[in-house]
Design a protein around this ligand. Structure first.
Ligand code: HEM
Length: 382
């Protein structure tokens, strides 16, 4: 049951937030592609030159084509014991300076893992010679701040233990740090992932869910990768953070037509006040495609279960969010998580750990990149 009366309590806040929208500043989505991750003044030459050394710090199996290495939370306990602390310090200060970082990193992590596994393939910058996952349409809106956070963490690591910690592990740990920092659960992150040796520019648009997909189609994508309906709903709780550009939900608020082609002022599954607030906020979105709205209009910067409460109230931003209410396969989980934050945190934590292990590469299937945006050798190497 929807509970529209509850909404009245929050209408003023909600409208203010929705109407304010969020404008992507110079560091936000538009800058993502341009920012890339090229060697700037911050890139110590020593780190770039360090290469991957198989020393005492480097697990032998990483250098030789031996048996696959088993992932473990203690993987770097000998080779780079302060790895997690270093990553945490860098990304936490980045998050304090740019509070959109957490959402960005979390989305980058999802886009990495769902396309050829958690192997940092999404971090590879395109060059004149080879495209990369960053060229896929769906990845154009990945925010520059997120890539910047990973680059900075990797640079700091390279100073302390060069050639030891993979970019895939940096991304996995950075995501965990930022989920926890914004109020979410802490979950185990087994380590020892290798970085990919390829980055396919067409795969992301095929493998990742789009905002105009039906729940059925999204479930197909998730179940094909071994995730359950419950895990899909729990992982979508990541939309408790961050924002979406107006173009992602414009068809719900302008020139809306239902499945039979019948027009309506906006998608009738939306709370009317919310829909009108978004119409006003996004008015200029075609002229200014950087305009965006918070995914969770009530508590946008806090990792909590409000995303599910919003869905119950018709305050889901994307049609894919709101459709989890109308679809009877997903609704029971939306109800459960809306009613019980602990249940959401438990299931999100388990699903994130599972996601972080999806398709990981170990042993000779990958490498430890010297820098996260380029292979150590090959077409995208710098
Ligand atoms: C279930 C299907 C999903 C769909 C259709 C979907 C779609 C989207 C879309 C369209 C955006 C807005 C992007 C933009 O305009 O910049 C977005 C943002 C976001 N997504 Fe998803 N997503 C899904 C699942 C997930 C999952 C599983 C995660 C993480 C575990 C995730 C994390 C995020 C985050 C954190 C943001 C905010 C990004 C930011 O503020 O920069 N999404 N998603």
């Amino acid at each position: 049951m929807r509970r529209p009366s509850l909404l009245l309590l929050a209408t003023a806040t909600l409208l203010a937030a929705a109407a304010a929208g969020v404008r992507a500043g110079p560091e936000m989505p538009q800058a993502a592609a341009a920012l890339g991750m090229r060697a700037g003044p911050e890139m110590p030459q020593a780190a770039a030159a360090a290469g991957v050394r198989a020393g005492p710090a480097m697990p032998q199996a990483a250098a030789a084509a031996g048996p696959p290495v088993k992932l473990s939370p203690d993987f770097y306990s000998q080779s780079c014991p302060r790895a997690e602390r270093i990553i945490a310090e860098v990304v936490q200060s980045k998050q304090m300076a740019n509070p959109t970082t957490a959402a960005g990193v979390l989305r980058v992590f999802f886009h990495d893992c769902f396309v050829t596994g958690c192997d940092a393939s999404v971090l590879i910058a395109p060059t004149h010679f080879a495209k990369s996952e960053k060229d896929a349409d769906i990845n154009h809106s990945l925010p520059g701040d997120a890539f910047d956070a990973v680059v900075r963490a990797k640079l700091a690591l390279e100073l302390e233990c060069p050639g030891v910690v993979s970019c895939a592990d940096v991304l996995a740990l950075a995501s965990r740090v930022l989920v926890t920092m914004t109020g979410g659960p802490r979950y185990p992150v087994p380590l020892g992932r290798k970085d990919s040796l390829s980055s396919n520019p067409t795969a992301p648009d095929v493998e990742l869910p789009h905002a105009n997909f039906t729940v059925g189609r999204i479930l197909e994508l998730f179940t094909a990768k071994g995730f359950t309906v419950q895990e899909m709903v729990a992982l979508s709780g990541a939309h408790t953070l961050g924002f979406s550009h107006c173009q992602e939900f414009a068809s719900r608020i302008y020139d809306y037509k239902d499945k039979t082609g019948k027009p309506a002022p906006f998608d009738p599954s939306m709370n009317p006040t919310y829909a009108k607030g978004l119409q006003a906020a996004c008015k200029e979105y075609q002229k200014d495609p950087t305009i965006a709205a918070f995914n969770d209009v009530m508590t946008p910067g806090k990792f909590d279960n409000m995303y599910y409460v919003n869905i119950e109230r018709g305050l889901g931003l994307l049609s894919t969010d709101e459709d989890m209410w109308s679809d009877l396969r997903t609704r029971p989980f939306v109800e459960r998580y809306a009613a019980n934050n602990t249940a959401f945190f438990d299931d999100f934590a388990r699903a994130m750990e599972k996601l972080s292990l999806f398709g990981v590469k170990t042993g000779a299937d990958g490498e430890i990149r010297r820098r996260c945006d380029a292979y150590n050798s090959g077409p995208n190497a710098l």
